[in-house]
Structure formats: structure tokens, C-alpha cells
Design a protein around this ligand. Structure first.
Ligand code: PNS
Length: 167
């Protein structure tokens, strides 16, 4: 029987952006199965609940039959990947700052269990897009159309409509 090549796309996804979607789509073309793993710490309130993040990712991955979404609380990525029977994670790299942030994690994960990290170069049109910047721009009235799905944009507008909001 042929081996199923499965990868994990981990992240906070608070919320999923067009850049995340691009990486998920490209990972789905490279692997038989993609598990988008939402890793979170329940003690830290995010902007979106885990259920909302999952639903927004599922919408972003609509039409990709080999992508599924799962959430994991307070877990090491290496343990999540072991549970999912995956020995590779796929991540997007937007530039030097991402590289400096991602490399130690990739090396640590490899040290811990041999988990490999495959980096996909971020598409240039999404280079400046991150969940935190999108939230900040939206909170102060900027238009984030195209940086996130319309549903995420509208959810942000509903949630971050007050500059004094703690989110
Ligand atoms: O979207 P983010 O915030 O860049 O995602 C970071 C994430 C969740 C992938 C990373 O923090 C992570 O892997 N957390 C799980 C805990 C863990 O394994 N920490 C050690 C990493 S070497």
C-alpha cells in the first residue's frame, strides 16, 4: 500500500490570513494530507475563540479535500505531530524576521524528535501580512480587504470596533 505523505501546518491563526491560506493551498498540492494545527494556550485569551479560528480556517480551505483542521492546547508541536503521525511541518517564510524566529524552533523540533520543517517562500504580495498587523490596521479603521477573507474582515470589524478594546 502506498505511504500517505502527511504534513502539519501549525500556528496560532488568530485569525487566518491570506498568507496562511496561500501556504495551506501550496502544502495541499505537495502532500497527500494537510493537518492545519491550531496550537494555543487556553490561559491566554486570543482575539478569536478556538472554535472561531477553526471555522475561519475551514472556510479558507474550502475546496481542498485533503486539508483538515484540529486544535491542540498546551502541547509541544513535536508531540502533536507524533499524534498525527506526521514527520514534517510546513511553514511560510516572509523574510529575514520570520527566518530568525523560525530557525531556532525548526532546529529545536529536529533536535527533540527529528521532526523536519519545510519552509515555503512567502508570496511577495502577502509579505507584509500578519494576523497581528491585520488586527491593528482593522482596529484603527484601516481596510484589510484582500489581506483576510471577507468573513474574517467583517468579524474583525465587529470585534475590534473600539480603539480601547483590549484584544
Ligand atoms: O502562528 P505562530 O504564533 O507563529 O505559531 C507559532 C507556533 C504555535 C507554531 C509555535 O509557537 C509552536 O510550535 N508552539 C507549540 C509549543 C512548542 O512546541 N514550543 C516549542 C517550539 S520549538
Amino acid at each position: 500500500m502506498p505511504v500517505t505523505r502527511r504534513c502539519v501546518c501549525p500556528g496560532s491563526y488568530d485569525p487566518v490570513t491570506a498568507g496562511h491560506r496561500d501556504v495551506i493551498v501550496r502544502a495541499a498540492a505537495l502532500y497527500d494530507e494537510v493537518v492545519v494545527a491550531v496550537l494555543h494556550n487556553p490561559a491566554k485569551a486570543g482575539t478569536f475563540t478556538i472554535e472561531e479560528r477553526i471555522s475561519l480556517i475551514e472556510e479558507a480551505a474550502e475546496g481542498l479535500p485533503n486539508v483538515r483542521v484540529a486544535a491542540f492546547a498546551n502541547r509541544l508541536l513535536v508531540d502533536v505531530c507524533r499524534e498525527l503521525d506526521s514527520d514534517v511541518v510546513v511553514k511560510g517564510l516572509r523574510g529575514g524576521t520570520d527566518f530568525a524566529y523560525e530557525m531556532p524552533m525548526a532546529l529545536m523540533n529536529r533536535h527533540l524528535t527529528g521532526l523536519e520543517t519545510v519552509f515555503l517562500p512567502g508570496a511577495s504580495e502577502f509579505e507584509h501580512i500578519s494576523s497581528s498587523l491585520v488586527k491593528e490596521v482593522s482596529r484603527f479603521g484601516g481596510d484589510v480587504t484582500g489581506m483576510v477573507s471577507d468573513r474574517v474582515r467583517d468579524a474583525l470589524l465587529a470585534r475590534l470596533d473600539r480603539p480601547e478594546s483590549a484584544n
